[in-house]
Design a protein around this ligand. Structure first.
Ligand code: PEP
Length: 253
């Protein structure tokens, strides 16, 4: 089954509004003709409005890096789903390993944030992945299965089809150490088998699974050649317009 590739850039806690505007303008110019794939960028909250204005009329969608579980309330410093929709966001990254590691996000929190996203029509990009010590202990598939099942517990097939998963081995994020295409494919094929057990098998075939972890222009083509790698979540390389544009325009091998 052919799934439309999805390439998303996570700008993390980088770029002032002026810097974000410049990057968005460069991307808009170089990706105006892109088709047959979905593209999104996730600037920091402070630059969402600015980048959203620049991207009007371009095929690049706006994404947020996080959201709060509640739609509004006394949660100082937090940002809700309705606020992101108001800024023009189409997607939101949920459960990034940096949020799990530094902000104590558990599978239960991730599960509730997916609900918050779906309630306002945002497409959740849900991150899972093992640490280096988990991989070395041979626990990769166990950890990833726990994260996928925990994140998606209680959702019916209709909801699951709106979710994008991102397999991001923690040891490959920001380290320059990419999983080999075969390592990523092994885990992503397993994620699809898990999805087929929790959703209708045909729906599991439609759900996109991205790979993330030191994706660069020189490894994207080989990664995308794998049958269960449907796109990429890109950190560092998405801050450089030329690099991200080349990743979006990956070549079919
Ligand atoms: C990420 O943060 O989602 C990521 C994959 O980062 P990098 O591409 O820099 O490894």
């Amino acid at each position: 089954m052919k799934r439309q590739p999805f390439l998303a850039g996570n700008w993390k806690m980088h770029l002032t509004r002026a810097e974000a505007r410049r990057l968005a303008e460069q991307l808009k110019a170089s990706l105006s003709e892109v088709s047959g794939r979905d593209v999104a960028v996730a600037p920091p909250f402070t630059a969402l409005a600015t980048v959203g204005e620049v991207l009007v009329g371009s095929p690049i969608a706006l994404a947020a890096q996080n959201l709060h579980e509640e739609p509004k309330g006394a949660y100082t410093g937090e940002i809700s789903g309705p606020m992101l929709v108001d800024l023009g966001c189409r997607y939101v990254i949920i459960g990034h390993s940096e949020r799990r590691q530094y902000f104590s996000e558990t599978d239960e929190v991730v599960n509730r944030k997916i609900q918050a996203a779906l309630a306002v029509g945002l497409g959740p990009i849900v991150c899972v992945g093992e640490t280096l010590s988990e991989r070395e202990a041979g626990r990769t598939l166990t950890v990833v299965e726990r994260q996928v099942r925990g994140a998606l517990r209680g959702y019916d097939t209709g909801a699951l089809e709106k979710v994008t998963l991102a397999y991001e081995p923690v040891w490959a994020i920001g380290t320059g150490r990419t999983a080999t295409p075969e390592q990523a494919e092994e885990v992503q094929a397993e994620i699809r088998r898990i999805l087929a057990r929790i959703a209708e098998p045909r729906a599991a075939e439609r759900i996109r699974i991205l790979y993330g972890g030191s994706v660069k222009p020189d490894n994207i083509d080989a990664l995308m050649a794998q049958p269960n790698i449907d796109g990429a979540l890109v950190g560092g390389a998405s801050l450089d317009a030329g690099s991200f544009a080349r990743i979006v325009k990956f070549r079919e091998l």
